[in-house]
Design a protein around this ligand. Structure first.
Ligand SMILES: NC(=O)c1ccc[n+]([C@@H]2O[C@H](COP(=O)([O-])OP(=O)(O)OC[C@H]3O[C@@H](n4cnc5c(N)ncnc54)[C@H](O)[C@@H]3O)[C@@H](O)[C@H]2O)c1
Length: 442
């Protein structure tokens, strides 16, 4: 079985199925098919499957015809019939791992996907979990479900974990050029996983166990969580000292060792940075340990949107305009620039908070002509992005830059906004002559 799959991988004949065609599964499936493997993407969302098979660009930062080319090339298709899993040699599970209502790890998607795979499992397959999970989850949650098939991991089928490090919208690094961590609890699974990814990505990094590979991902994201909290704390302290934290970070970043720049912002978003540390601290508690530094950073990051909303109120108040009754434009609702993703977006929290204080808010976001349904802010769904014009901008008491999308006419915003509150350093001192109203970095 091992030799047969090894040969199929070497010949690029191993049939690959990704479970989940989202921000992670779809780029991964396309990259693997572009490397010559036959790939089928399996997703429960039939509408998305139909769009993909029709060649539609369902992820905005993809090249216009990337999906259409892959589908036409005949090596890639999507489907929502789980029977396809039985035909695969390699199965990559890329389903969501969000937080539950009580803000604990929600493994329900992973459990369901593992059950679906288990029902179709056959000897000789390599099953790989790519979703972010706590250390120990693949061995204690996924493996027992797969073994309900009657087959044993490491003997009848191979099992690995390889965390996804996708950075949506990053023009510098893509699925292929980001080194891939590969971990397994037995030598053959690790070797097959390593060989497979070595033929897809530029570099693989084998680690000794499933739990180590799971922990790598959480370490990376917890590092970011802590550093974002740190730089936001410095922002407040340095502002009180009359120092521009942005200038400090940019200058500090010239140090060729021992420093890595993190930039202040309105809080953290996406389904990775706010979520991974929760998985890590939950598991730490589970094994009788603790993560107080990560927990404090999480709390600070969670509070960041409230602090920004409070700051908007203060800046309005300084200009004789109470926040209650003020008209505020939120510029950008995506959680970061140039992506069509509002998951855990701090902009939505800021908007909600300002409205709770009595402000009347609109938003503009070129990626969201209509506000989507979100779990934490369902009441905002269906609102429409306002068109940016000089007259429209002038009607607002404040414009808050929450996301620094490239496709926004910032020169127009600078010309027309009466009070510009910038959380992303879109406007610098050099722009001052072009700014007609007041600019405050918050
Ligand atoms: N988005 C990112 O930037 C990013 C980066 C690194 C890691 N991750 C991790 O990757 C994983 C996937 O995230 P994503 O952003 O791709 O999620 P996503 O929500 O964009 O996509 C998940 C897809 O899986 C499908 N799905 C859910 N359950 C399924 C099932 N049982 N069978 C088949 N399809 C199913 C959904 O319909 C959806 O299309 C998560 O664990 C996430 O934390 C995400």
């Amino acid at each position: 079985m091992y030799s047969s799959l090894k040969e199929k991988i070497a010949a690029r004949e191993a049939r690959v199925t990704t479970v989940g065609l989202g921000y992670v599964g779809l780029p991964l499936a396309l990259t693997i098919s572009e490397c010559g493997f036959p790939v089928t993407g399996f997703d429960l969302n039939a509408a998305r499957v139909a769009q993909i098979n029709a060649g539609e660009r369902v992820i905005s930062y993809f090249a216009e015809d990337r999906i259409a080319r892959a589908v036409k090339g005949g090596r890639f298709s999507a489907c929502s019939d789980p029977a396809i899993l039985a035909a695969a040699d390699i199965i990559l599970i890329c389903v969501p791992t969000p937080l539950s209502e009580t803000r604990e790890p929600d493994m329900s998607y992973v459990v369901r996907a593992a059950e679906t795979v288990s029902a179709q499992l056959r000897p000789g397959q390599l099953v790989v979990l790519e979703s972010t999970v706590w250390p120990g989850a693949t061995a204690t949650v996924v493996k027992p479900i797969l073994e309900r098939s009657g087959f044993k991991a490491g003997q009848d089928f191979f099992l690995g974990f390889s965390p996804e490090r996708e950075d949506p919208g990053n023009a510098k690094f893509d699925t292929k050029s980001i080194p891939k961590i590969v971990g397994a609890d037995d030598q053959q699974s690790r070797d097959l996983l390593d060989r497979f990814y070595a033929s897809v990505v530029t570099r693989t990094v084998p680690v000794s166990s499933l739990a180590t590979a799971e922990a790598v991902k959480l370490a990376e994201n917890s590092f970011r969580t802590v550093n974002i909290a740190l730089v936001n704390e410095m922002k407040v302290a340095m502002e009180a000292m009359g120092v521009d934290v942005w200038e400090v970070v940019q200058a500090a970043a010239t140090k060729p060792f021992g420093y890595m720049p993190f930039y202040p912002g309105p809080g953290i978003g996406g389904d990775c940075i706010p979520v991974s540390p929760v998985y890590l601290s939950w598991r730490a508690r589970d094994v009788g340990s603790a993560t107080p530094i990560i927990d404090l950073a999480r709390r600070n990051n969670d509070e960041a949107p409230d602090l920004i909303a409070g700051r908007v109120a203060v800046e309005l108040g300084k200009r004789g305009r109470p926040v209650s009754g003020a008209r505020v434009l939120i510029l950008g609702v995506a959680y970061k620039k140039n992506v069509e993703d509002t998951r855990e977006s701090p902009a939505l929290a800021i908007l909600g908070r300002l409205e709770a204080m009595g402000a009347s808010c609109d938003y503009h976001d070129p990626y969201f002509p209509v506000m989507p349904v979100t779990r934490d802010h369902p009441g905002l769904a269906g609102r429409r992005s306002v068109e940016l014009s000089e007259a429209a901008l002038k009607a607002y008491d404040a414009v808050v830059v929450t996301t620094d999308h490239s496709a926004v006419d910032y020169a127009l915003v600078a010309r027309a906004a009466r009070l510009l509150l910038d959380t992303r350093n879109v406007f610098s001192a050099a722009d001052a002559p072009a700014i007609s109203g007041a600019l405050v970095k918050i």
